[in-house]
Ligand binder design. Structure first.
Ligand code: CA
Ligand code: CA
Length: 229
């Protein structure tokens, strides 16, 4: 019944419409992809719930390491930079490989800092240790440790400068327990995390992680059992 005469005009219009729709869709996805392009260097989750920042003096050549134990028994450290909901940004090794390009020339970056970010929090105890992995001098090294809970507003749980006394020195900076929005039981009774990472197991062994590593730490409470072996 209908002649096909009028179709070409309609076809041009519809294919034009279709093509511009394709172009718009394409541009939409491109811009969306660009917005979501993750920053590759120094990754810190912008939606972090908590940050632990460890710093020592600019230009110092000592290597300090950060270790954090979460309530599930995960430990984040330089050899395990992702653990549970924790992420260690980098292993700062003093001045080693700390160079930035400035006006095309390599300049050493004086900063000494390691950051652990948390993309979620769980109830239970967290332990934050610092370790003097390589000491170059004999004087104690002042190391600042800051723990901030970020949401709904920034709350500094802990901020102190501690002295590390030489290669191999491990110090428990702080341990605290989260109960919902509350921070309870803030203290610093020592617990070796180096020991836990070096012993077999304990990576995802939950509360039992502390059990195999020496009888002087109560695996259930994480407390040091003083005096008695
Ligand atoms: Ca380090
Ligand atoms: Ca550094």
């Amino acid at each position: 019944m209908f002649e096909e005469e009028q179709e070409p005009e309609f076809e041009i219009f519809s294919s034009l419409l279709f093509n511009s729709l394709k172009a718009i869709t394409f541009m939409f996805f491109i811009s969306f992809a660009m917005i979501n392009k993750p920053a590759e260097s120094g990754k810190v989750d912008p939606k972090a719930e908590m940050l632990i920042t460890v710093t020592w003096p600019d230009n110092n050549e000592d290597d300090v390491d950060t270790y954090v134990l979460d309530p599930a028994g995960n430990i984040v450290w330089y050899n395990q930079r992702e653990a549970g909901l924790m992420h260690l940004d980098r292993d700062d090794r003093g001045m080693f490989k700390d160079v930035i390009l400035f006006n095309g020339a390599e300049v050493s970056n004086p900063l000494n800092q390691e950051i652990v970010s948390f993309r979620g929090l769980e109830d239970g105890e967290y332990v934050v240790n610092i370790v003097h992995y390589i000491a170059n001098g004999t004087a104690p090294l002042p190391v600042s440790v800051k723990v901030e809970k970020l949401n709904p507003s920034v709350q500094v749980i802990y901020y102190q400068t501690l002295n590390l006394k030489g290669t191999g020195d491990e110090v428990t900076a702080v341990r605290f327990t989260l109960k919902g929005a509350d921070v309870v039981d803030v203290g610093n009774s020592p617990k070796s995390l180096v020991e836990l990472t070096r012993s077999a197991g304990g990576k995802d062994g939950g509360a039992a992680a502390g059990g195999s590593s020496g009888g002087h730490i109560d695996a259930a409470t994480g407390q040091v059992i003083g005096g008695a072996q």
